[in-house]
Design a binder for this molecule. Structure first.
Ligand code: HEM
Length: 409
């Protein structure tokens, strides 16, 4: 990609040195100078709050089949020439109505607000057990001890996953989520396709096992769910389970870790949260806004789409930059680049997307974030960095891979 960029050009360029540590400097220049950018790689990049928000709600397509012939489609085909498509592209995230409506309503039926609220005691128990282990260790890694295992355990238990090779699943889903960002090389594209196929195969076995061992869990409910007399079956069922499983933990890990990172760099805000536990709900909205766990989502135009005085043609791939929209001074004010846990409009962040594909797991993620970060900061008054944080190198699901902390209980 570097050979496509003129020196000094303001361009969305995740390969620029320093981008993973701080993408926000680049986003700010894009918002100011080219908020609806036609990118040389063949996609469009939208970075202001109002435009992102409108785009998400506009009911555009998410199906790759609607992409117009051209360099982007050629590149996708060239990267994975003989790929076994796996099951993931059958998930609701990649489908338009009527399929999207059918699939989403089947999952919404079993993923209710009440069911999520009922999980709170279990989440508190899991968090406290993780904090006990951290206290025993003193110095440890926040991602390994809390930010990753909490959402992973919660979604595994909700689904009723049988004991399986968790390390392998973690590895596979870490590769699979790269499909949500610009893929620049064939090796990564092939690794993603292989991970999709392997995770789909594991999930197929899990579903077969669950059919013989039904229980009070989400997987059983999904197997039995009906919509207009139809049940979910085959690859479609596999795809929804993989989506819930992967989305259930690969995102919330960043909410918790990015939130704690922001707090440790803002001691006054950390103290405020410690002193006022009822700030936790707004604090989580502010974490979501300030350093968004999911930085982008995408839409595909099926007819010309007008935005900020530009016309995006039909069949275009449009990246809506949630991470940038959430820092837009035009909406959040001149202090948009600061962490303020009492920010009055923090809940208008667009981290969960908007419109028909608005995140189904938002209530669960919020609850996990509030319990985990709230209890962590109150339990350890001396919580601090114990070394350098290492970013995971992801453009979209951006967060720390390594986060050494000291807790001295
Ligand atoms: C969709 C973010 C946690 C399940 C999405 C989308 C975003 C998102 C940006 C796409 C929205 C759009 O394009 O308009 C997040 C963030 C999370 C999180 C930031 C954590 C902080 C979860 C959890 C689950 C989940 C815990 C499930 C257990 C889903 C599902 C969809 C989705 C099923 C697809 C909805 C559809 O296509 O209709 N999420 N998510 N997410 N998310 Fe989440």
């Amino acid at each position: 990609m570097t050979d496509l960029i003129e020196p000094g050009e303001v361009l969305f360029n995740p390969f620029e040195p320093g981008f993973f540590e701080d993408p926000y400097r680049q986003y700010r220049m894009l918002r100011d100078e080219d908020p609806v950018q036609e990118h040389p790689l063949g996609f469009w990049f939208v970075s202001r709050y109002e435009d992102v928000s409108a785009l998400l709600k506009a009911g555009l397509s998410v199906e790759m089949g609607n992409l117009a012939p051209g360099p982007l489609l050629d590149q996708a085909a060239a990267l994975t020439p003989d790929a076994d498509p796996g099951a993931l592209n059958l998930s609701m995230l990649d489908r338009d109505p009527p399929d999207h409506t059918r699939l989403r309503s089947l999952v919404t039926k079993v993923f209710t607000r009440r069911a999520i609220a009922a999980l709170e005691p279990q989440i508190v128990r899991l968090v406290d057990a993780a904090l006990d282990r951290m206290a025993d260790k003193g110095d440890c890694d926040l991602v390994e001890e809390l930010a990753f295992p909490l959402p992973f355990a919660v979604i595994s238990e909700m689904l009723g996953m049988p004991p399986t090779d968790h390390a392998r699943i973690r590895e596979l889903s870490g590769t699979l989520v790269r499909s949500l960002e610009i893929v620049a090389d064939e090796e990564t594209a092939r690794a993603i396709t292989a991970a999709d196929a392997e995770l789909s195969a594991i999930t197929r076995d899990v579903i077969a096992w669950k059919r013989d061992h039904p229980a009070e869990d989400l997987l059983t409910a999904l197997i039995q769910a009906e919509h207009d007399g139809q049940v979910l079956d085959g690859d479609e069922l596999v795809a929804q389970v993989v989506l819930l499983y992967v989305a259930g933990h690969e995102t919330t890990v960043n909410l918790i870790a990015n939130g704690v990172n922001a707090l440790l760099r803002n001691p006054t805000q950390l103290k405020a949260l410690r002193d006022q536990p009822d700030l936790a709900a707004n604090a989580v909205e502010e974490f979501l806004r300030y350093d968004s766990p999911v930085q982008q989502t995408r839409r595909i135009t099926t007819s010309p789409y007008e935005v900020a005085g530009k016309e995006i043609p039909a069949g275009a791939f449009v990246l809506a930059c949630l991470g940038s929209a959430n820092r837009d001074e035009r909406f959040f004010g001149p202090d948009a680049g600061e962490l303020r846990l009492d920010r009055p409009n923090a809940r208008h962040q667009v981290s969960f997307g908007a419109g028909p594909h608005h995140c189904l797991g938002a209530a669960l993620a919020r609850l996990e974030g509030q319990v985990a970060v709230g209890r962590l900061v109150r339990r350890f008054p001396d919580l601090g960095f114990a070394g350098d944080l290492e970013w995971n190198g992801r453009i979209n699901l951006r967060g720390p891979a390594k986060f050494p902390v000291t807790v001295h209980a």
